[in-house]
Design a protein around this ligand. Sequence first.
Ligand SMILES: [Zn+2]
Length: 161
Amino acid sequence: MLLTFDDGYANNAEVVLPILWKHGFPATLYVSTGLIHTPGYLTWPQIRELSAAHWDIASHTVTHPHLPRLSKKAQRAEILAARARIEQELGRPADTFAYPYGEYNRATLRILRKAGFRYAFTTQAGWASSDQPPLELHRIVVDSQKPFEDWVQQLTDATST
Ligand SMILES: [Zn+2]
């Protein structure tokens, strides 16, 4: 089971971290580095705190763009600059990825493959599994507007398929 949190909202450190720490769960943060230190988003000291609590910190681009609308060159800059910044700040590999809005095209996949990213998450609903391409893994999305019971049901449904 892997818990992933996208974008880098401040509540990941303020609310999520203490709860998961209490239960002994790490998580993965997919952060858009251009949002760091803007209102409502994490700061680098908070991200270091998550990293120290065994969270993996990885790339969700710099500016959270719709990647397929960008040139290949611009996509590469978005993807690699975010990874480089995280690795520079934390001194740990940031070689996995989550697509902003779940959007990607063939150029995106080529960039990730060439740069040696190990796996990447889409927003395709369902469990990730070994028969999915590593750069196109599925996830079960938690919708905060829906009741907790719905999410439990979603997990159960996904298990049985
Ligand atoms: Zn996002």
